[in-house]
Design a protein around this ligand. Sequence first.
Ligand code: GCU
Length: 420
Amino acid sequence: MITPTPPASVPSPDSSSRSHHDESLVPAYTVPNPLRLADGSFVTTREDWIIRRRPELLDLFATHMYGRIPASASNLKNRYEITDTHSAALGGQATRRQITIHFGSDPNFPKLFLLLYLPNNVTAPVPVFLVPNFHGNHTVHNDPGITLPTAWMRNDPIYGVTDNRASAAGRGANSSRWPVEAILARGYGLATAYYGDVFPDHPSGRENSILPFLAPDPGAPAAPAAIAAWSWAISRAADYLISDRAIDAYRLCLTGHSRLGKAVLWAGAQDTRFGLIISNCSGCCGAAFSRRQFGETFAVINQKFPHWFTPRFHSYSGKESDFPADQHELLALLTPRPLLVCSAQDDAWADPMGEYVSTLHATPVYQLFGKSGPISPQPPNLDTLFPAPLSYHIRAGKHDVLHADWQTYINFAQTYLARK
Ligand code: GCU
C-alpha cells in the first residue's frame, strides 16, 4: 500500500491547484446541482432522475474522468472455472471456492482469480461482501489452500514479493485488514480478487491489462484507464457471484479502500446489481469533493498516477472548478441503494471533510427517492454511524482498514440492506 503522504513538492499548473491541508485555504466554490439537467431544467420525479439525469452523469464521469469501456465488451462471454472447492475451510467454519474467470475465448486475455468464503451451517443463500484486494488473495488470510497469484506485483518484502512475483511468504500478510472469520460469523460471505489481475498498477500497466482487448485506442480522449478496468472486473466478479446459488444475488455488498474505494464507487454507479456500497478513505476522485482542493488535487493525482484516468482528465489538472461535475454526483449515482462513506480522521490526504461534503450534497437525490442522508454542514462525531441509508462514518486514526471498520460495515448492512 502506498502511504497517503503528499510528495514534498508538487508542481502545479497554477496556484489555485496547490495541494493544502488547511481549511482556511479551501477556495470559494459552487456546488453543481445534481438535479439540474444539462439543458438547464430540473429533475422533479424519480423517472426524470433514472431516465434523464442518471445517464447524463454517467456519461460525464466516463467522458471526463474514468473513461468509457466500449459497449462491445458486453459481448464477451465469461467462463467460470472452479479450481477449488473446500467445504471444511477455516476449521470447518467456511466453504472456500476459487474461481478463475475467463473473458471471451482469447487465451491471452488476462483472467480474474476470485477467492470466495461462504459461511457453513446456513439455511438460505447468504449476502456477500465483494472487496478487491491490493496484494493478492493469499495475503488476506494465512489459509494455505489459497492459490498464489502469478500476476505482476510491486516488490515489497512485507508481502513477500520479489522480482514482481508473489510468494508463500506473503500468506496472511495483509490479514489485519481482513477479519475473515468475524465476517463469516455474522452470516456474510467474502469474495475478493487481486486488482492487478486486470491492470498492473503502474504507469505502463496498460499493455499487460485487459484494456487492449476491450478498448484498443489508448489515445482516445475518453479511453478507459486503470480505475475503469478495475471497476469493469468488479462487475465481472459480480456476474459470477449472482450465478452462485449459495449467494443472495440481491444482497451483494461492494466495498473498497482508497484507490479501490474510487473503483468501487465507479463500479457501483454503473452496475445497479450491487445492493449496497461502502467506500473507505477513497479521497480524490472517489468520495472527496474536488472543488475544495484539500489534500490530493487533480494536478497531483494526474502527475503521480497518470494511468488511472482517461486522457481528457489530464486537462483538468489545476481546474477542479471547470470539471463538469463533482464527486457528490458520483455518490448520487448510487441512489437509492444504501451507501456508506467512511473516512479516517488523520487521513488528511483523502480529505475526510470533503468526503462528508460530497455525502451531504448527494442527500437531495436520495430524498427524491424517499431516503434520508445527512443535512447538517457538521459531520457526525467520531465513531458515530450516521443513521440513514446515505450514511457517513469517521473514526480516529489513519488511512487504513481496521477490523473495527468491518463491524461498522456489517452493522450498516444489517440495518439497511433489506432481504428481497
Ligand atoms: C495515494 C493516492 C490516493 C490513493 C491512495 C491509495 O495516496 O494519492 O489517491 O487513494 O494512494 O490507494 O492508497
